[in-house]
Design a protein around this ligand. Structure first.
Ligand code: FAD
Ligand code: AMP
Length: 485
C-alpha cells in the first residue's frame, strides 16, 4: 500500500478503491484490488436490449464474446457446406436455424456476464449497478437503476468507462436498417444484401459472419489501402482470401449518404470514378469507436480530456489528479480488451504499492476471420522505416502437416528480426488459429527473445505452432520443412 494511503474506514459508502465501469478494463481492476486486500466497489450502468443489467461492458455483452460466438457458428456452417465432403462426410441437406444460433450466443453471453458477479462475490468486490459520476475530492455519486442516489468516497478512483460506436453524420443509425456493431450481432434473418461501412477489424468480422450465412456483402472503406495497420504481406494475403470468399471490399469508397426507402437502404459513396450508389437490405456502420465519458466527470474534478475525448493519462494510467486513474478504451492506445485488462491490473497493483507495468510495445492484435489474422510488434514496413537492418522468415501453412490435416492450409507465419542482435521485432500470422499461435510470439518478445531462441525451442509435431518455429528458422534460411528463399 502506498505510504500516504490509509485503509478506508469500514462503512457502507467508503472504499479504498471505486472502479467506474465493469468492462474488461474495470472488472479486472476491481478483482485485483480486492486480491490486494483493498475494499473495492465496481459501478456499472450497462443495460441490455431487454433491459437487464449486467457487468462485462462492451466486450462481454456486445463485442468480443458475442461476435466470436457467431464467428464460430457461422464458420462451422460454412465448413459443413464447403469442406465436409472433402473429408468424405455427407450431411444430407444442410439447414440453418439462425434463431438457435442467436440463442446459443445469448447463452454464452449470459454465462460469462453472470460469471463476473460470481467472481466479484468470491473476491469480495461490492457490485453496484447504476451510474457513477466522479465529483471533486474523490467522491463518487452513485445513481442506482431505480433512481436512488448516494454519495460514496474512495482513496482511489479508477475510471474505466470504455467506448461507444462512432455514428456517421452521413449514415445515422436507424434500426433495424442502419445499425452499429451491436445491432449487426442481433440481426434475426439473413439479409440478402448487407452493406458494411469500414473495413477495420469489426467490419471484417461482422461482414464474414453474414457472408458465411449467404448474404451478399459489400464493404465500403474510405482508405485506399486494405488493413493499413497490418504487415502488408499479410494484408495482401488476407485481401486475396476475402475476395475468394465473395466479400466485396471496395477501397477508396467514402460513404456520403444513406437513406432508408421502401425497406432498403440506398447508400451513396464516392470513389475515384465519382459518385456511386449501392442498395442493401441492412447497413452496418463499423467506422470505429470513440471514448465514452458522458456524465462521468462533474465540473471541477481536474480530470482532463484530450482533443479526441480520451481521458488524459501518463504511462502508468495516472490522470493529472492525485489517486484518480483511468484505463481501457477511454484512454489512449489500442481499443482492445486485453490492453484494458492489463492496465486495470497494473493500476490496482500500483495502488497497493506493488510493481505494475504495461508493455505497450508487445500488445497482440487478432482478427477472428478465416483465415485468422494475428500479429505482435512491428510490421516489416515499420522496421524498414526505422532504418534498422532486419531479416524476415516466412513459413507457409501449406507445408504444415497439421494445417493440411485440418484442411486449413491457407496463409503463413512470418517473423521480422533484427540483423545485428537477432531480436524478434514482429511476428505476423495469417492462418488457422493464428490468435492462439501469436501467444508464443508475445511471450518470446516479452522476454526479449532472439529468433535463435525460438529456433532452439522444441515444438511438438505435428502442430500449427511448428509454423512459428519454422518461420524463425527461415529467417536464417535454415528451415527444414519448407524451401528457404
Ligand atoms: P467497455 O467494455 O466499453 O466497458 C465500459 C463499461 O463502463 C460499460 O459497461 C459501460 O456501461 C460502463 N460505464 C461507462 N460509463 C459509466 C458510468 N458513468 N457509470 C457506470 N458505468 C459506466 N477487443 C478485443 O480485444 N478482442 C476482440 O475480439 C474484440 N472484438 C470486438 C468486437 C466488437 C463487435 C466490438 C464492438 C468490440 C470488440 N473488441 C474486441 C473491443 C473491446 O470490446 C473493447 O476494447 C473493450 O470492451 C474495452 O473495455 P473497457 O472496459 O475499456 O470498456
Ligand atoms: P476501425 O477503426 O479499425 O474499426 O476501422 C474503421 C474503418 O472505417 C477505418 O478504416 C476508416 O477508414 C473507415 N471509415 C471511416 N469513415 C468512413 C466512411 N465515411 N466511408 C467509408 N469508410 C469509412
Amino acid at each position: 500500500m502506498a505510504s500516504n494511503d490509509k485503509p478506508a474506514a469500514p462503512g457502507a459508502d467508503s472504499f479504498d478503491v471505486i472502479v467506474i465501469g465493469g468492462g474488461p478494463a474495470g472488472y479486472p481492476a476491481a478483482i485485483r484490488a480486492a486480491q490486494n486486500q483493498l475494499r473495492v466497489a465496481c459501478i456499472d450502468e450497462w443495460k441490455n436490449k431487454d433491459g437487464s443489467a449486467t457487468f462485462g461492458g462492451t466486450c462481454l455483452n456486445a463485442g468480443c464474446i458475442p461476435s466470436k460466438a457467431l464467428l464460430e457458428s457461422t464458420e462451422l456452417y460454412h465448413r459443413a457446406r464447403e469442406e465436409f465432403s472433402i473429408h468424405g462426410i455427407g450431411v444430407g441437406t444442410l439447414s440453418l436455424d439462425l434463431a438457435q444460433m442467436q440463442k446459443r450466443k445469448a447463452g454464452i453471453v449470459k454465462g460469462m456476464t453472470t460469471g463476473i458477479l460470481a467472481l466479484f462475490k468470491s473476491a469480495g468486490v461490492t457490485a453496484l449497478q447504476g451510474h457513477g459520476k466522479l465529483l471533486p475530492g474523490r467522491r463518487v455519486q452513485f445513481t442506482a437503476h431505480d433512481g436512488t442516489r448516494r454519495e460514496l468516497s474512495a482513496r482511489h478512483v479508477v475510471l474505466a468507462s470504455g467506448s461507444t460506436p462512432i455514428e456517421l453524420r452521413s449514415a445515422p443509425f436507424k434500426a433495424p436498417h442502419i445499425v452499429d456493431s451491436w445491432g449487426a450481432l442481433e440481426i434475426d434473418a439473413v439479409p440478402k444484401r448487407l452493406g458494411v461501412i469500414g473495413a477495420g477489424v469489426i467490419g471484417l468480422e461482422l461482414g464474414s459472419v453474414w457472408r458465411r450465412l449467404g448474404s451478399e456483402v459489400t464493404v465500403l472503406e474510405a482508405l485506399p489501402d486494405f488493413l493499413p495497420m497490418a504487415d502488408q504481406q499479410l494484408a495482401k494475403e488476407a485481401q486475396r482470401h476475402f475476395r475468394k470468399q465473395g466479400l466485396d471490399v471496395r477501397l477508396g469508397a467514402r460513404v456520403t449518404g444513406a437513406n432508408v426507402t421502401g425497406g432498403a437502404v440506398e447508400v451513396v459513396y464516392t470513389d475515384a470514378k465519382g459518385e456511386q450508389r449501392l442498395t442493401v437490405d441492412r447497413l452496418v456502420v463499423a467506422v470505429g469507436r470513440r471514448p465514452y465519458t458522458q456524465d462521468l466527470l462533474e465540473a471541477g474534478t481536474g480530470v482532463e480530456l484530450d482533443e479526441r475525448g480520451f481521458i488524459k493519462v501518463d504511462h502508468s494510467c495516472r490522470t493529472g489528479v492525485e489517486n484518480v486513474w483511468a484505463v481501457g478504451d477511454c484512454v489512449r492506445g489500442p481499443m482492445l480488451a486485453h490492453k484494458g485488462k492489463d492496465e486495470g491490473v497494473m493500476v490496482s497493483d500500483l495502488i497497493a504499492g506493488r510493481y505494475g507495468e504495461v508493455n505497450y510495445k508487445v500488445i497482440p492484435a487478432v482478427i477472428y476471420t478465416a483465415p485468422e489474422i494475428a500479429w505482435v510488434g512491428q510490421t516489416e514496413e515499420q522496421v524498414k522505416a526505422s532504418g534498422r537492418d532486419y531479416k524476415t522468415g516466412v513459413f507457409p501453412f501449406l507445408a504444415s502437416g497439421r494445417a493440411r490435416a485440418m484442411e486449413q492450409a491457407a496463409g503463413f507465419a512470418k517473423i521480422v528480426a533484427a540483423r545485428d542482435d537477432d531480436e524478434i521485432l514482429g511476428v505476423h500470422i495469417i492462418g488457422p488459429l493464428a490468435g492462439e499461435l501469436i501467444a508464443e510470439a508475445v511471450l518470446a518478445m516479452e522476454y526479449s527473445a532472439s529468433s535463435e531462441d525460438l529456433q532452439r525451442t522444441i515444438h511438438a509435431h505435428p502442430t500449427l505452432a511448428e509454423a512459428v518455429h519454422e518461420a524463425a528458422l527461415n529467417a536464417d534460411k535454415r528451415a527444414i520443412d519448407s524451401i528457404n528463399r
